[in-house]
Design a protein around this ligand. Sequence first.
Ligand code: CP
Length: 329
Amino acid sequence: MLSFQGENILSVNQLDREAIELIFDVAKRMEPYAKKHKRTQVLEGAVLANLFFEPSTRTRVSFGTAFNLLGGLVRETTGMQSSALAKGESLYDTARVISAYADAVAMRHPDAGSVAEFATGSDVPVLNGGDGPNEHPTQALLDLLTIDRELNRFDRSVDGMHIALVGDLKYGRTVHSLSKLLCHYKNIKFSMVAPDGLQMPDYVLDAVSNAGHQIELVSQMEGNLAADIVYQTRIQEERFPSQEEANKYRGGFRISQAIYDAHCKPESVLMHPLPRDSRSDANELDNDLNSNDNLAIFRQVQNGVLIRMALFALTLGVENKVQQYETNV
Ligand code: CP
């Protein structure tokens, strides 16, 4: 029987289709608690150390919310300067210390591989909330759950779908993790729609190709957005070698309602990991799409709480005790 108890969640490479389906099954069971139709204290007395050394709104708050909804407490560290890492403490030592205080750790850090390095010193489960340009496994899981749910509305499924990944595919860690997760599904057509210089890294393309999926690499949006899922991304300016280099791409790939009407299918689902860059010279996903029923960005956000609740329940081994610890609403 598959078990995540005591495990870290560092990379989507750890997950196969059975693991994904287990996580989705537990996430579904979390829905009444996330919607506050029911309450549970299954993690009463447990502490989450929520360590965010890079800016975050959704991941940080939803990890904390998920832990609170299961009855646990959250202790936050935000920014490198508020941690002893700024005094030269190693990730290993920090982990030894934090895991003496906490029952689980959620962590974001600007360096690829940093969360895995931290986990070597931790005695409690560590969940990767994004390590530089490398991976964002919980985002990939919530994206996949959203894709599954959105396609179900149109009697379609992940197997056999057409997905267009759009924008900064080089530095966007969410599209790396999502592409790798989709390798566990069948017969998917990928349109990698990115400006020259920001295409998907070869190691991701190789994984997708080895999984038997079809890949199209294209450098313009026009004519390449008629997919079941159109997943737009922000230009990850903070990861470019210079602002000058980032400015070359700013505002290059924008989706508005007019672009949607001209180039997407009527049932194309629009996704974005958020934040979208709403500055007028960037604006990759226009506000005029906000009333489009197929804009799934805020449903992604809701699914993120379910996924993170499921991962806490699974890694702390309480997934089958949630109901037993129900209290009155
Ligand atoms: N999607 C995502 O990771 O958002 P935050 O940077 O706000 O956490």
